[in-house]
Ligand binder design. Structure first.
Ligand code: CTP
Ligand code: MG
Length: 226
C-alpha cells in the first residue's frame, strides 16, 4: 500500500503571540516543521510527504526542510480545510492508497501512533487517534455551570487523521466551504465511518507560547538523556 503524509503548515500561529508562524520556530536548532516532517519520513511504511504552506512562507519553508526529499510544497488556503483540500488535489496524479493528514504543529508524533493508524486502515476508510478525557466535563452558559457531560462518551481528536485517499478527496470535494476544523468531521458528513486508535499526550498541538515552552522542555530533556 502506498502511503503519503500530508502535513498542513499554512496557518499563522496567531495564538502563540509570535511574529513567526509557530511551525517555523526553532527548538534546539531545528524547526517544529522539520521535526514533524522527519517523524513521517522515518516511518518505514510512509513513502514521502507533502507540506501545505502559507502563500508568503516559501523562504521559511525552504530553509526549514532543505535537503529533505519531499514532494513540492502546495500553497494553502484561508482555512485549514482549504489547505487540506489543496494538498489532496495536488496528490491526484500520485493517487496513493492512504493519506495521513497531520498538523505541522504536532512534532511529537510517534512511530507507534503512525503504525497503529496504518494497521487500522486495512479495515476502515478513516482512522482517528484519540485521547480519553481525564478531567470532569461540564456544560456552561455565561458564568454558570448548566450540567455534567458524560466523560465516557467523549474523546479528544488528534492527528494524523488517516484515510483511504479516494474517500477523503471525495469528501473534501463534496463539502468544500464548510470550514470544519478537522477532516474526520468532514468524513462523517460524507457518511464515512471513522475508527479510533489510541493517541498520546505527547502528541499535543503546539498552540500557545506555553506549549512552545513545553516542547522545548521535552526536547531538551531528550537531548540530555542521550
Ligand atoms: N493550518 C493550515 N491552513 C490554515 C490554518 C491552519 O494549514 N489556513 C494548519 C496550521 O499550520 C497547523 C494546523 O493547521 O499546523 C492546525 O491549526 P492551528 O493549530 O489552528 O494553527 P494556526 O491556525 O497556525 O494557529 P492559530 O489558530 O493560533 O492562528
Ligand atoms: Mg488556526
Amino acid at each position: 500500500m502506498r502511503t503519503i503524509a500530508l502535513i498542513v503548515a499554512a496557518g499563522k500561529g496567531t495564538r502563540t503571540g509570535h511574529n513567526t508562524p509557530k511551525q517555523y520556530i526553532e527548538i534546539a536548532g531545528k524547526t517544529i516543521l522539520r521535526r514533524t516532517v522527519e517523524s513521517f519520513l522515518a516511518h518505514p511504511d510512509v513513502e514521502t510527504a507533502c507540506v501545505v504552506i502559507g502563500a508568503g512562507d516559501l523562504p521559511f519553508y525552504e530553509k526549514a526542510v532543505s535537503d529533505l526529499d519531499l514532494l513540492p510544497p502546495v500553497i494553502g488556503g484561508a482555512t485549514r480545510q482549504e489547505s487540506v483540500h489543496n494538498g489532496l488535489e495536488s496528490l491526484i496524479e500520485l493517487s496513493p492508497d492512504y493519506v495521513l493528514i497531520h498538523d505541522a504543529a504536532r512534532p511529537f508524533i510517534s512511530e507507534q501512533i503512525i503504525s497503529r493508524c496504518l494497521e487500522k486502515l486495512e479495515y476502515a476508510d478513516a482512522v482517528l487517534p484519540t485521547l480519553a478525557m481525564t478531567d470532569s466535563l461540564k456544560s456552561f452558559e455565561g458564568e454558570r455551570i448548566t450540567g455534567a457531560v458524560n466523560r465516557d462518551e467523549i474523546v479528544a481528536a488528534q492527528t494524523p487523521q488517516c484515510f483511504t485517499f479516494k474517500s477523503i478527496l471525495t469528501a473534501h470535494r463534496t463539502f468544500a466551504g464548510e470550514n470544519l476544523t478537522d477532516d474526520t468531521a468532514l468524513a462523517e458528513l460524507a457518511g464515512i465511518e471513522v475508527a479510533i486508535v489510541q493517541g498520546a499526550t505527547e502528541n499535543f498541538k503546539i498552540t500557545t507560547s506555553d506549549d512552545i515552552e513545553r516542547a522545548q522542555g521535552m526536547i531538551t530533556r531528550k537531548l540530555t538523556d542521550i
